[in-house]
Write a protein that binds this ligand. Structure first.
Ligand code: ATP
Ligand code: MG
Length: 428
């Protein structure tokens, strides 16, 4: 059998990695402007962490996690998201005792056993941003604005996105008001049970809120006839939502209140939001987040409210680069074309000397003609070639060829500083 990558797990070629790297750089740059610090959490955690945080009856924990028993007989799970792990770390390392509020972010792969399709993978990357220690709408507005800021930053370099971003917000209510809505929802849905899709019939009792964002037309029809969550908000939740809306407007952010917006994880309360890329594909949500005020406590930590969001890097990449836009190489490459063994040895040393001085250099030791080597350099898009042929070596010189301008000059081989200056001044 031919060996193939596991379904839903992707290889990245250098051009894919360049795109990923670019998006990480943008994220790190903007996050640092907002005072967020990067942390790393393990890819594996005890299964119990996700059962207790994301929720036992959620789609993620019931159907999507990669869970296995390790050699010590412990049940471990590949992380499906980062919030739970960061909360565990904050508790375990008593971070809350040293600093508050806490502004952390992490970038890395997540794993979910879902049906692979465009924008839906089994191994995918997230930029996860978490803020602990504040319950006000000010921080929510700041974080929502931050997520937009990050997502839109590449427009500066690549121009307006083909798929414009759309911000949707909602409030899930709080422990005061959500239960009465849940009760209403379950009984109202039970009356229409036959009209719901199979999955939603199952969700009805254990995870009824998820029925609200089911993509099936039949379920959408049922839901559109029901009362919405905002009709059940307590006065504090209503006030909170009004305040947040005002703050977002004052930041100049356009947003939509989507009363059917819910999240797939149990721990959210009050404010939740999603950013969609209109028309991207069936999977158009590039960023999602919300408030989780009781999660740290439920995991055995102190009272520590939190709010966060996660950007799906692959989907964001589709918005920024489409299927094939490349990230340009920023540093010019110098290609060395030596001819013969003695020249190869010189090229080996010379390339090291140049690299030490910060010049990206690749020698070609192959036994090929100069013409073939230049053709290859051209194909690579190389800007400068250093030719080391018999003539050059006999004069203790090297020929610098500028591929774009088509010019060339002979330079002393033993004056590296001079050579470097020539290359650098031409590259400017
Ligand atoms: P969805 O509604 O797309 O299933 P979700 O509610 O499961 O999303 P979150 O857990 O909030 O998503 O994840 C945040 C972001 O991570 C999503 O908006 C999306 O961009 C990305 N994401 C989630 N699951 C996947 C996946 N299987 N493949 C690629 N990206 C994903
Ligand atoms: Mg999902």
């Amino acid at each position: 059998m031919k060996l193939q990558a596991v379904r839903g797990f992707k290889d990245w070629l250098p051009e894919d990695f360049r795109r990923y790297h670019y998006l990480c750089e943008v994220s790190r740059k903007i996050l640092s402007l907002y005072g967020f610090e990067e942390v790393k959490i393990p890819i594996l955690e005890r299964t119990e962490l996700y059962v207790r945080s994301i929720g036992e009856v959620t789609d993620i924990v019931q159907k999507e996690t990669y869970t296995f028993i390790d050699r010590n007989g412990e049940s471990l799970t590949l992380r499906p998201e980062a919030t739970a792990g960061i909360c565990r770390m904050v508790i375990e390392k008593s971070v809350y005792a040293k600093q508050k509020p806490i502004r952390f972010f992490t970038i890395g792969p997540m794993f979910r056993h879902e049906r692979p399709q465009k924008g839906r993978l089994r191994e995918f990357y997230q930029v996860s941003v978490e803020y602990f220690g504040d319950i006000t709408p000010f921080v929510e507005a700041e974080l929502i604005n931050l997520s937009m800021h990050i997502l839109k930053e590449p427009e500066k370099e690549f121009g307006s996105f083909l798929h414009p971003l759309r911000l949707e917000i909602n409030s899930l209510g709080c422990p005061e008001c959500r239960p009465s809505y849940r009760e209403y929802l379950v009984s109202a849905l039970k009356e229409k049970k036959d009209e719901l899709c199979k999955t939603c019939q199952e969700r009805l009792e254990r995870n009824p809120l998820r029925v609200l964002d089911c993509k099936e037309d039949a379920c959408k029809r049922v839901v559109s006839g029901l009362k919405t969550l905002n009709e059940f908000w307590c006065s504090a939740c209503r006030e909170h939502f009004t305040k947040l809306s005002g703050l977002l407007s004052s930041l100049g952010l356009k947003f939509f209140h989507n009363p059917y917006l819910v999240r797939g994880l149990d721990y959210y309360v009050r404010t939740i939001f999603e950013i969609k890329a209109e028309g991207l594909s069936a999977q158009d949500t590039v960023c999602a987040g919300g408030r989780y005020d009781y999660l740290v406590e439920e995991l055995g930590g102190p009272k520590l409210p939190g709010i966060g969001f996660a950007i799906g890097v692959e989907r964001w990449g589709l918005v920024v680069f489409g299927e094939d836009r490349a990230v340009p190489e920023r540093q010019a490459l110098v290609f060395i074309a030596p001819l013969g063994d003695q020249a190869n040895e010189l090229a080996l040393k010379l390339s090291y000397e140049l690299r030490v001085r910060g010049i990206k250099t690749v020698p070609s030791y192959e036994d090929k003609s100069l013409k073939a080597k230049l053709r290859f350099a051209d194909k690579l898009g190389v800007e400068y070639v250093l030719i080391l042929g018999e003539d050059e070596i006999s004069q203790n010189k090297v020929c610098l060829k500028d591929m774009k301008r088509g010019t060339q000059e002979l330079l002393p081989l033993d004056d590296i500083a001079f050579l470097v200056n020539r290359i650098k001044s031409q590259a400017e």
